[in-house]
Structure formats: structure tokens, C-alpha cells
Design a protein around this ligand. Structure first.
Ligand SMILES: CC(C)(COP(=O)(O)OP(=O)(O)OC[C@H]1O[C@@H](n2cnc3c(N)ncnc32)[C@H](O)[C@@H]1OP(=O)(O)O)[C@@H](O)C(=O)NCCC(=O)NCCS
Length: 279
């Protein structure tokens, strides 16, 4: 008999161990951050009193995101994953969320489909194990941030208010942000979460009519990350940026399906996702 409980700090060790059986490279601070964003939205699946699975979700007003979904191998195929997903959807709806998004492994399309999720746009995970300086250039972008301008700009393109998330990223020492402005008005920005073993670049949001700014934001950020292992999540249909990234040594690690329960909220202007678990 499966039950779902809200994750507590005592479960973080279990959560990290289970998530990393999937090679997701997580640590305790990842679950701490998820719980900072959505204290009641991080779940442990239990069989009796034994934890056997986990998932996290986060609400951004009317949009919610589901991720970090894994059940121990020995407990799979007996309905536990379904219980966990159903619980997270109910939780998000109780918070006023109208559409739920997730990034799915393609072989799980039917599984999520059974819950009403439909395929939207895809996403590629690109990785560069040791970023080289080669064809990068250093541009003159601003690294100081007027946070309210940035979050308003982001909301216009992402389609939901994720200011708490962006502020959480910006407040963490070592993380990076570059903002492009024209006549004082924000036209694009890029963030990077700098962790011990890997740097995640994203979100990158830019006005869709400022193609060159996207490229410049990418370059200025990557310049700061030479010598590091870098991963980023490029939304489908960005062939020019994909070519640029492959040209500077990135490889496509794997592809995922963006799926939505409810209205798809993919907007033009979002080039790099923030993460797989938060959209
Ligand atoms: C996805 C996952 C959480 C489901 O948990 P679960 O407890 O097995 O879920 P349920 O028992 O409710 O449902 C099982 C269904 O998942 C789907 N499924 C799971 N693994 C699958 C696979 N490798 N290929 C195709 N379908 C798969 C099937 O639809 C299966 O139904 P079936 O048993 O009737 O074939 C679990 O398989 C898992 O931990 N996988 C590894 C991590 C992962 O892939 N996470 C999802 C990231 S998008």
C-alpha cells in the first residue's frame, strides 16, 4: 500500500541517493532549494514506513512544474509512480495551478498521456565537459541586476511569475547573471547556477526579435565558464544556437519531451530552460 508524505530534511539523504541512481548528479542543497520554493510540494512515496520514491513540484501562479520523479527499481510497476504523480497534480491544483508542465523521457509519453499530459515542444540537454576558450568572445554586458525589471521581463515571456525562483538563484553567491538592455530597457538575460562539479546555464530569455542578443548572451556567459563542465537545456527549434553550441564543443546528451496537462505555455522568447524539474 503506497502513501505520499511531504519530504522532510531527514529524507534528503534518501532522495539524493535515489535520484543519483538515475545519474542526475543531485545533492542535498538541490532538495533544500526545491523545498525553499515549494515547502509542501516535495514528496516521498512510502510503502508502509519505508521510503521508495520521490517527486518535486513547484507552482508559479497558474503554471506548475513537476520533476525529480523516481521510484526504486524493486517497487516499480505496481502503481506507486501513478499515486505520486496524481498526488502532485492534486496538490498543484489545490494551489490554483491550471496547467502542469514536465520534461519527460520519450519512452514515458504514454504513461504521462494516461494522466492527460500532451506533448508540446521538446528540449535537448547539451553538455560540454571542459569548455574551451576557442571561438568565444567577451562582450560588454551588464552584470548588475535590477531585480524587479528582470522578473517582469521574464514573466512576459515565460508566461508565469517565477520571481521567487529567480531571486533564489541570484542570491546564491557565485551564480552569474548577464542582462542585455537597449536604451535602459531589458531585452534579454541569462543566468547560470554555478555548482561544484557542473554549471547549469539557464534560463536564457530574450525578445524573439533580438536574435543576435541571444547569441551574445550565450557567448558572454560561456566566456566566464571556460574550463568548467557546463550543461544547458535548449528548447527545440533553435537550430542556429544548437549549431553554435556544437561548434564550441557541446554535445547532445539526450532529448526530452515537454508535456503539458492543460494549456501549453511555451512562449517564444525562452531559449534555455532554467532546469528540467522547474521548467
Ligand atoms: C517513471 C517511474 C517513476 C514510474 O514509477 P512506477 O512506480 O513504475 O509507476 P506505475 O507503476 O504507476 O506505472 C508504471 C508505468 O510506467 C511506464 N513505464 C515505466 N518505465 C517504463 C519504460 N522503461 N518504458 C515504457 N514505459 C515505462 C509504463 O507505462 C508502466 O505501466 P505498465 O507497468 O502497465 O507497463 C519509474 O519507472 C522510474 O522511477 N523510472 C526511472 C526514473 C524516471 O524515468 N523518471 C521519469 C523522468 S521523466
Amino acid at each position: 500500500m503506497f502513501q505520499v508524505r511531504v519530504m522532510s530534511a531527514e529524507n534528503y539523504g534518501f532522495a539524493v541517493g535515489l535520484a543519483n541512481t538515475m545519474g542526475w548528479g543531485m545533492d542535498i542543497s538541490d532538495f533544500g532549494f526545491s523545498q525553499f520554493l515549494e515547502p509542501e510540494g516535495c514528496f516521498v512515496l512510502c510503502e508502509g514506513s519505508t521510503p521508495v520514491g520521490l517527486a518535486t513540484c513547484v507552482g508559479f501562479g497558474k503554471l506548475g512544474w513537476f520533476g525529480d520523479f523516481v521510484v526504486e527499481k524493486e517497487s516499480r510497476g505496481r502503481g506507486g509512480g501513478g499515486v505520486l504523480l496524481g498526488h502532485a497534480i492534486d496538490y498543484l491544483r489545490s494551489m490554483g495551478v491550471e496547467s502542469v508542465g514536465l520534461y519527460a523521457y520519450p519512452h514515458l509519453e504514454d504513461f504521462y498521456g494516461r494522466f492527460g499530459f500532451r506533448v508540446g515542444s521538446g528540449l535537448k540537454v547539451l553538455c560540454n565537459d571542459l569548455l574551451q576558450a576557442n571561438s568565444l568572445f567577451v562582450g560588454g554586458f551588464e552584470s548588475g541586476v535590477d531585480f524587479s525589471l528582470l522578473s517582469d521581463f521574464d514573466c512576459e515571456f515565460f508566461g508565469a511569475d517565477r520571481s521567487r525562483l529567480l531571486e533564489g538563484i541570484l542570491q546564491k553567491r557565485g551564480n552569474l547573471c548577464f542582462v542585455a538592455r537597449e536604451n535602459g530597457v531589458v531585452v534579454g538575460y541569462v543566468l547560470a547556477k554555478v555548482q561544484k562539479g557542473v554549471v547549469e546555464v539557464g534560463p536564457l530569455v530574450c525578445r524573439p526579435d533580438r536574435f543576435m542578443v541571444v547569441l551574445d548572451l550565450l557567448k558572454v556567459m560561456l566566456c566566464r565558464l571556460v574550463g568548467r563542465r557546463v550543461v544547458l537545456y535548449l528548447l527545440d527549434g533553435q537550430n542556429v544556437f544548437e549549431e553554435f553550441l556544437l561548434g564550441v564543443g557541446f554535445r547532445i546528451d539526450f532529448s526530452l519531451l515537454g508535456m503539458f496537462l492543460g494549456k501549453s505555455v511555451f512562449n517564444s522568447g525562452v531559449y534555455l530552460a532554467e532546469s528540467l524539474e522547474r521548467g
